[in-house]
Design a protein around this ligand. Structure first.
Ligand code: ARG
Length: 260
C-alpha cells in the first residue's frame, strides 16, 4: 500500500530527516545508475505479462487468469469486494494496452494477524487474456537470485511509478534475516532477499503484494515470494522480507478452490 503499514521503526518525519541529511552529501557514483523498485531498471513491454497493479497501491501476480495473488496487508478482509481495480497487460499503467478489471471477491489468509501469513487472493469479474505465474510447491527454488518487479517507489518516501520496474536480489539466509529483524521475521513462512552488505536494491512502498520470482530448471518463471515488508527500503543490513510461497502454497491452492 502507499502507506508503509509494515515498514518497521521509521516514521515519515524520521525518514524525511534522514533524506535531508543525505542530500547534503555529494551524490554517490551509484546515483546515476538506473533505480526501480529501488536500484532497478524499466521492464520491456510483455516481459512479465503476469504482473498486476492493484488500485489500492499494491502489486500482484496472475495466479489464474481471473485470480490475483497479493499480500494480506494489501486487503482489508475476506468476502465480496467490488472496490479493487486490477490493471495488467502493459508496463505502462496509463498506456493504451493496459487492461483494467474489477474485483468481485477477496480471500485474506485465514488467521492473518500481521505475523506472517501475508497472502491474499482477489477474484476478478472477468479473466485477463495473459499468462499466469506458476507458484512453487516446495523449497527447491528458495535460493539463488530472484527477480523483483513493481510500480512502487524508487526510494524511501519516493513517488509511485507509472512504468513497471525490476531488479534482481540474492537470497538471504533465515539466520541472517533474523539477526536484522528479530522476532518480526517469521522463518517458517517468510524468505528474505537483498544485498545485506551494501543495500541499494530492494522492493519498496507500493510493491507489496507483487511477486519475487526466478527461473525453474526448465527455464520458466516461477513465483517464490510475495513482497511483504522491510526496514525502510534498500538499507544496508536490512534485506526485503517476502512471504515464502513454498510454505503457503497448499493454503493458497485451497483458498483458490473456494473462489467461483
Ligand atoms: N509494505 C510495503 C508495501 O506495502 C512493501 C515494503 C517492502 N519493503 C522492503 N524494504 N522490501 O508496499
Amino acid at each position: 500500500m502507499n502507506q508503509p503499514v509494515r515498514t518497521i521503526g521509521r516514521g515519515a518525519a524520521a525518514g524525511a530527516a534522514v533524506l535531508a541529511v543525505l542530500s547534503l552529501q555529494p551524490a554517490p557514483a551509484s546515483a546515476t545508475a538506473p533505480e526501480p523498485v529501488v536500484g532497478g531498471t524499466r521492464v520491456a513491454e510483455g516481459q512479465y505479462p503476469f504482473m498486476v497493479h492493484l488500485s489500492q497501491g499494491c502489486g500482484g501476480s496472475l495466479y489464474a487468469k481471473d485470480i490475483v495473488l497479493t499480500a494480506a496487508h494489501c486487503v482489508t478482509g475476506s468476502g465480496a469486494n467490488t472496490s479493487i481495480t486490477a490493471t495488467a497487460g502493459s508496463v505502462d499503467l496509463q498506456g493504451p494496452n493496459a487492461v483494467h478489471i474489477k474485483s468481485t471477491q477477496v480471500v485474506q489468509a485465514p488467521g492473518y494477524d500481521g505475523k506472517g501469513k501475508d497472502w491474499a487472493l482477489i477474484k476478478l469479474a472477468s479473466p485477463f487474456e495473459l499468462p499466469t505465474l506458476p507458484t512453487v510447491t516446495d523449497t527447491a527454488y528458495d535460493k539463488g537470485t530472484f527477480t523483483i518487479a513493481g510500480w512502487g517507489s524508487t526510494s524511501e518516501d519516493g513517488a509511485q511509478q507509472r512504468y513497471l520496474r525490476q531488479a534482481t536480489v540474492p537470497y538471504v539466509a533465515d539466520a541472517q534475516c533474523g539477526q536484522a529483524y528479530g522476532t518480526q521475521f517469521h522463518a517458517e513462512d517468510e524468505i528474505c532477499a537483498g544485498d545485506v552488505d551494501k543495500g541499494g536494491v530492494d522492493t519498496c512502498q507500493g510493491d507489496s503484494g507483487g511477486p519475487m520470482f526466478r527461473k525453474d530448471d526448465q527455464g520458466a518463471w516461477i513465483q517464490v515470494g510475495i513482497v511483504s515488508f522491510g526496514q525502510g527500503c534498500a538499507e544496508k543490513g536490512y534485506p526485503g522480507v517476502y512471504s515464502q510461497v513454498s510454505a503457503l502454497s497448499a493454503d493458497i491452492r485451497a483458498a483458490a478452490a473456494t473462489l467461483n
